[in-house]
Design a binder for this molecule. Structure first.
Ligand SMILES: Nc1ncnc2c1ncn2[C@@H]1O[C@H](COP(=O)(O)OP(=O)(O)OP(=O)(O)O)[C@@H](O)[C@H]1O
Ligand SMILES: [Mg+2]
Length: 221
């Protein structure tokens, strides 16, 4: 599902060139689950952004769902992301001006799907929020917001789910509930799952754990 070969990512910034990812090799099979731990600033979010096609690698090869990302223009990357990838962020990334169900319907609307309202509502029911369909994100608790974000990530039935510190802004009990839900959904949808987390216990729940250190990725188990 994910194939990285000598992938590097550098940015030009005020002080010169910053090498964020260095010669990363990674092979993640379809249907497997993986976590990435590592210190702040080591490059974890950058790695997910490149896999999601939100940023471009500066060297090396990257294939996601069998597609070589270097061969895609911006529209191609957007299409690949819409069709294959669901993303869950630490700070939810919901749109505050619209309701919970409208947030969940958005990826379906973008893909030109029909009956998006019905699908969005079914998805919110799946994550236990059928009583909060018309609430705006600002009217929801942190755990509820993340459940809306999870519903949005899964609503297009993507085969790859990326999660960046999905419970980073939640208390312990809510984190557990959200993570249980996330793992349940990954299993139910047979999605490939990549999660960035600081939590070693959480990381141990995935098939494989990786460690990022200063832009380099190592297997842990
Ligand atoms: N566009 C950019 N311009 C300059 N520096 C950047 C840019 N993007 C990321 N960086 C730097 O690259 C490093 C890696 O960033 P990244 O967000 O991937 O780290 P991270 O491992 O996710 O950290 P955290 O655990 O704190 O979220 C950081 O030092 C960051 O400041
Ligand atoms: Mg990060």
């Amino acid at each position: 599902m994910i194939k990285l070969n000598m992938l590097s990512y550098s940015v030009n910034h005020s002080g010169g060139i910053l090498n964020i990812l260095k010669d990363v090799n990674w092979n993640l099979a379809k249907g497997s689950t993986a976590s990435v731990t590592g210190p702040s600033g080591s490059g974890k979010t950058s790695l997910l952004s490149i896999i999601a096609g939100l940023e471009r690698a500066t060297a090396g090869d990257i294939k996601v769902a069998g597609v070589d990302l270097a061969g895609l223009d911006e529209n191609g990357l957007t299409r690949l992301r819409r069709e294959n990838i669901g993303i869950v962020f630490q700070d939810f990334h919901l749109i505050d001006a619209i309701s919970a169900w409208q947030n969940v319907a958005l990826p379906l609307d973008f893909s030109g799907k029909s009956q998006t309202q019905e699908q969005a509502k079914n998805m919110l029911e799946r994550v236990g929020l059928s009583h909060r369909l018309n609430h705006r994100p600002t009217e929801l608790s942190g755990g509820e917001r993340q459940r809306v974000a999870i519903a949005r990530a899964f609503v297009t039935k993507p085969n790859l789910i990326l999660a960046d510190e999905p419970t980073g802004n939640l208390d312990l009990e809510t984190s557990k509930m959200v993570m249980d839900l996330l793992f349940e959904m990954v299993a139910e949808w047979q999605a490939t799952f990549v999660m960035v987390t600081h939590d070693k216990e959480l990381a141990a729940k995935t098939h494989k754990t990786f460690h990022m250190q200063d832009g380099r990725l190592d297997v842990e188990g």
